[in-house]
Design a binder for this molecule. Structure first.
Ligand SMILES: Nc1nc2c(ncn2[C@@H]2O[C@H](COP(=O)(O)OP(=O)(O)OP(=O)(O)O)[C@@H](O)[C@H]2O)c(=O)[nH]1
Ligand SMILES: [Mg+2]
Length: 309
């Protein structure tokens, strides 16, 4: 079961599936695709396998912060968290980064990863700078919460203050005894989900751009990208994108009938037209996925309205 996934936006598109099952199915489908292509176009098959490997590569968690705040202890706590490992879409790799704010040294690079930024009660400007550079991919862990104020309540209040100050989720935790670990896990799972969906979003563009020596492999790629599974997966990835979050929250619930699916198609056609330019591709993917749902729920695929564009 995906604890974080059940409340996730993507689950509206593929409601009865866990993230790990989706990952397994998608990797399996890419495997089959590579096999189909291999005899005609080995380079294209290699490109498909590279996409598959990228999708199945460990999800990366970087534990960052200033020296002595408890990065090692917190990283150990996460590595030992069986619940975290069991709930994520795939294997997880936890890395402790070098300390921030060390005189004469450059701060580590936080790009491209999911970050747990560890602070203690006293915040410095360097913490604020580091966290703002990882916005949308970071949770702040107020570590050594057992030492904050007069009890856990004080630590939680301090975490709320930091969350408001930094504008990112902040959780009080004590990595020496594991207290607060549930909250950290919940936030990390959400960030890891987002990391996985960003990889999914690249499947289509990377496969489309891969060079092929003849038409056979290209046809197989097009067949895959046009399959119901692939179109629904792209729609779910578009729903998981922060760019479409506001629209997804305002959109109709998951359809149970062809008519409801058709209402979703129309809703996304209307709102996609008004969306910002950056959100428009996501809206198009979601609309396309609802069109498939409509057909799967009994809508007439031969009707003139059933255009996939
Ligand atoms: N009371 C308390 N002490 C902690 C906690 N987490 C870590 N410590 C202690 O803080 C000290 C530093 O912890 P580390 O995990 O080594 O911190 P670090 O950020 O990895 O330190 P460096 O890698 O040396 O920069 C150790 O003595 C830990 O036992 C905590 O939650 N509560
Ligand atoms: Mg350390």
């Amino acid at each position: 079961m995906d604890t974080a996934g059940n409340s996730s936006r993507w689950a509206r598109m593929v409601p009865s599936t866990s993230l790990s099952a989706l990952a397994t199915d998608t990797i399996g489908a890419l495997d089959q695709l590579a096999e189909r292509i291999r005899s005609g176009d080995a380079d294209l098959a290699d490109a498909v396998e590279a996409v598959r490997d990228e999708l199945g590569a460990p999800l990366e968690v970087a534990v960052a912060g200033r020296a002595g705040v408890g990065r090692s202890r917190l990283a150990d706590m996460l590595r030992a968290d069986v619940s975290l490992a069991a709930t994520a879409s795939g294997p997880i790799s936890v890395t402790e980064l070098a300390a921030f704010d060390v005189p004469g040294a450059e701060d580590p690079d936080l790009r491209e990863r999911c970050v747990v930024y560890v602070v203690v009660d006293s915040i410095r400007e360097a913490d604020r700078r580091a966290v703002s550079g990882a916005h949308g991919r970071v949770v702040v862990a107020l570590n050594k919460a057992d030492l904050v104020g007069d009890g856990w309540g004080d630590a939680e209040r301090r975490a709320v203050e930091i969350a408001e100050d930094f504008g990112v989720p902040t959780v009080a935790v004590s990595s020496s005894d594991g207290r607060g670990g549930d909250g950290v896990r919940r936030e990390i799972l959400g960030l890891l989900e987002a990391q996985w969906w960003r990889r999914v979003e690249l499947i289509g563009p990377v496969l489309e751009a891969a060079p092929s020596i003849d038409g056979v492999g290209r046809d197989a790629i097009e067949d895959y990208l046009c399959s119901d599974e692939s179109v629904l997966l792209s729609g779910a990835a578009a729903m998981a994108s922060p760019l479409s979050a506001g629209l997804v929250d305002a959109s109709p619930p998951p359809p149970q009938t062809a008519q409801q699916a058709w209402d979703c198609v129309q809703w996304w056609t209307r709102h996609g037209g008004e969306a910002t330019e950056s959100a428009r591709p996501a809206c198009t993917s979601i609309r396309r996925a609802y069109l498939r749902q409509w057909a799967r729920l009994g809508g007439d695929r031969s009707a003139p309205v059933a255009t996939d564009a």
